[in-house]
Design a binder for this molecule. Structure first.
Ligand SMILES: Nc1nc2c(c(=O)[nH]1)N[C@@H](CN(C=O)c1ccc(C(=O)N[C@@H](CCC(=O)O)C(=O)O)cc1)CN2
Length: 299
């Protein structure tokens, strides 16, 4: 019987723990966690995600700040906002929503965020800590941290003897996901657009993680029987069956056919996606505890 992994329930459980951790700070007479999200431009999906982050931050009892900047914002103006947030003692976490408009270079912006406020876990200091196996003192990128929590639900925290394939090598997901799996003792391969014979590599994976941005790329004949399949793709595709001009969200995995082969599989929507925002809340409360000189909760 295949387990369909319930990302919404897992996210709700993380959010409940974050909410009590935030309340404990306030009850101890300390300030509540502060999360600042910066969005540049008019991308509708990015605005939807940022809106959801702000609502969730409020639900967790955080101080939620949003900077909405016009499409034509300059690199200097964006970096000046980050500097102001870096210096603001009420802000524990800073996130710059990606992607930025094409004329802006995201890397200097990300690297200008103080590492202890980098709740996206993308600063080189945080990425470096993860790369050397330090999972305790930095901040870990939200989507891989969330995906890993789902993997732990199925396999526990020791993945010794298991083969994992991560398809995708982005700084936001593929690389940190591979590091997390490696830290849990899995034997890890990273596949990408230049890899030869991805289906063959996938068939050897006990844990198959897809983050390529190609709707339904992973087919049933890629899946080892009983494998855990984690779908990180978010692709909006036409859905004429729902009416003219309608669309729907699908992952990188052909869900219906892969479900037949997998032991456990995460759906899209309702799998890894909700974990991204939950783990952002977790990182923010961790940053707030550390800023207050208190031992941070673990998630
Ligand atoms: N600075 C960042 N930018 C982006 C990140 C990120 O982690 N940091 N990730 C993505 C987008 N993202 C959050 O920003 C995100 C994507 C998807 C979801 C989600 O909950 N998806 C739902 C479906 C939602 C829907 O119906 O549209 C799901 O999969 O069930 C949350 C956050 C890129 N940018």
């Amino acid at each position: 019987m295949t387990t369909v992994i319930d990302g919404k329930a897992a996210a709700a459980s993380v959010v409940a723990s974050v909410t009590s951790a935030a309340a404990e700070l306030e009850n101890a007479g300390l300030r509540r966690p502060g999360l600042a999200v910066v969005i540049v431009g008019n991308d509708p999906a990015s605005h939807a995600y940022v809106g959801a982050k702000g609502r969730m931050a409020k639900q967790c009892g955080f101080n939620s700040i949003q900077h909405t900047l016009p499409e034509e914002t300059s690199q200097e103006d964006l970096m000046a906002i980050v500097e102001t947030l870096n210096a603001d003692p009420d802000v524990d976490g800073i996130l710059v929503q990606l992607p930025l408009p094409k004329h802006l270079n995201s890397e200097p912006v990300i690297q200008s965020i103080r590492p202890e406020k980098d709740v996206d876990g993308l600063h080189i200091i945080n990425a470096g800590k993860l790369a050397v196996g330090d999972l305790q003192t930095g901040l870990i990128s939200c989507t891989p941290a969330g995906a890993m929590l789902l993997v732990r639900q199925i396999h526990g925290s020791d993945l010794s003897g298991l083969n994992a394939l991560v398809i995708g090598r982005s700084n936001l997901f593929g690389k940190p996901m591979a590091q997390l799996l490696l830290s849990a003792n899995a034997t890890v391969t990273i596949g990408h657009s230049r890899s030869r014979n991805l289906p063959e590599l996938a068939r050897q994976a006990d844990i198959l993680v897809a983050a390529v941005g190609r709707a339904g790329m992973v087919r049933a004949d890629w899946v080892k029987p009983g494998a855990t399949v984690i779908d990180v793709g978010i692709n909006r595709v036409p859905a004429p069956e729902r009416g003219e001009g309608r669309t729907k969200l699908v992952g990188d995995v052909a869900f219906d056919e892969c479900r037949e082969k997998a032991g456990a599989i995460s759906p899209v929507p309702g799998g890894v996606g909700p974990m991204t925002i939950a783990m952002l809340m977790a990182n923010t409360v961790i940053a707030a505890y550390r800023a207050a000189g208190k031992a941070a909760p673990r998630f």
